[in-house]
Design a protein around this ligand. Sequence first.
Ligand code: TEU
Ligand code: CA
Length: 597
Amino acid sequence: MAERTRWYKDMCFYQIWPRSFKDGNGDGIGDLQGVLEKLDYIQSLHMDGIWFSPLYPSPNADYGYDVADYMDIAGEFGGMELFEQLVEELHRRGMKIIMDLVINHTSDQHPWFQASRRGLEPYKGYYYWRPAREGKNPLPNNWQSLFEGDAWSWDEERGAYYLHLFSPHQPDLNLRNPAVREEIKKIMRFWLDKGVDGFREDVITMISKPRGLPDGFPLPTARGIELYNHGPSVHAYLQEFRHDVLSRYDCVTIGEAPMTRPGQALEYIREDGGELDMLIQFDAMRGDSFFTSYSPHPFFLPKQKYLWARWQRRMDEGKAWNLLYLENHDHARVISRYGSEKYRSESGKALAASYLFQKGTPFVYQGQEIGMTNIRLDSIDCYEDVQTQRKYAGMKRLREDQRLKRVWRASRESSRTPMQWTDGPHGGFSEGEPWFYVNQNYRSVNVLQQEEDPNSLLNFYRRAMELRKSLPVVRFGSYRDLRPLSLRLHVYERCARGVRLLVICSYADKELSFRPPRGYDLRKGRLLLWSYPDAELRGNGCTLRPYECRVYLFTDKEEALPAPRAEETDLSEFYGGAETAVEESGEEMAEQEAETP
Ligand code: TEU
Ligand code: CA
């Protein structure tokens, strides 16, 4: 078979959580009509494609991640005809479309589950059914749901327990059953034949459960996960999907991979023989938390830099490709976590520069580009999301006000408030009453206002995105953190054949005096991107203002300067893959930034 083109390596993707993106018909729910209206906007961000969170019919127990019909588009989003129009329109614009594929579980309303609970063939064995155990604890094993509580619920009709790693409305499919795997292949073919360009595969690392479903290690947080995450047949199943379906199409596959180390990741995404193309790893979101954001610690920049550097290095060495992100629909807003709401726009820019110039394919989540922040609703009853509700209920040892504070900080619902388009009613999201609260800051934080401000976060994203695409060194160069121990600076270089890109991001809320790492003379670099209206130098250094960031390029080769995008083959020949800095600039790690008095 011919070598794959791997077009996704040159691209940037925008993630849409459809319910909250743009309402086109005034019923308060985002839809595809709304998306069509905003395609020019998405393209103006230099995005090459869109990943849609689930669009399928769903009772919305987990907002689309409980699928009731895999081969249709929900009426509330506009239905199949509109979807087909959207695919055509995206392709006409040269853009790609990635569907969410949720195959670890279905909705409990899915016809398969309805038939299965009645014991009807062939669906009887589509899920994990187990009888009650003898003795005091009747549950089949000690596994815990990732949304808190037991992973088993009793079904009266079948007279048995069924397994659900997520909510009780999301029973796990039994992929050990070949008939289930055939169904999944049918679903894949269905969408690929409709022209979609790939899948983001929900919790794909969890689709294989060990034979006999044994008890997990009796730690309250982990019970079972060590057995079903990266389970025994996960690679066999994914190879089967690749061989039977995916390899026959020119498509990209992205696996969602909670709790995955780089070494494990390579088994999925090595370019020679891995079964997926990229992974959504969770280390990107661990700069302020231990296990999940519900077990938080203060944001610690050296930790996040360590995690970034580790993925950069390990994927490079292992011939695999990173997916870069700071936000998605499962995490609270990043400015509220890693940045500063006080320096909202500035910290948003620093965060953007921190990740957009790393090696990999960047994803931007709706609202990230305008710096949307967390919501803080008055009571837990205001929250809709099943995970938020169950996490709250699970925090038994905390006082009520402490629990609510934890929710303010960690709830993924903060990323699901309606997109803020204007300072008009409901932030311009809908002509009707939105399905969920609009963040009260919409009057000052919205697309319209930032369109008009050349110095806005939105326009910074545009410049950064355009720049990254014009610089081959971003595509090919090696990554090196030049100040791994610094508490307040993320300074890294990207390097290829004597071309060096230097990215400087301050995470301090005060001024810092900055001197570049050894081997760099800022006076000789070209300043390509900066976050304040100006960027002065004082000799070979400068004062960095709060959360200031800058990107410099060092080269004497004209070819390396930003240019219209060139053919991949030509450039790879020129750059010849990753290598480290020509001038070694080690040692200065100990030299820390000093605060200006
Ligand atoms: O998310 C999976 C996910 O976020 C968890 O595995 C996470 O590690 C856990 O919740 C930590 O407590 C995907 C979807 O992105 C999410 O929206 C869905 O709710 C979930 O799967 C179930 O489909
Ligand atoms: Ca609507």
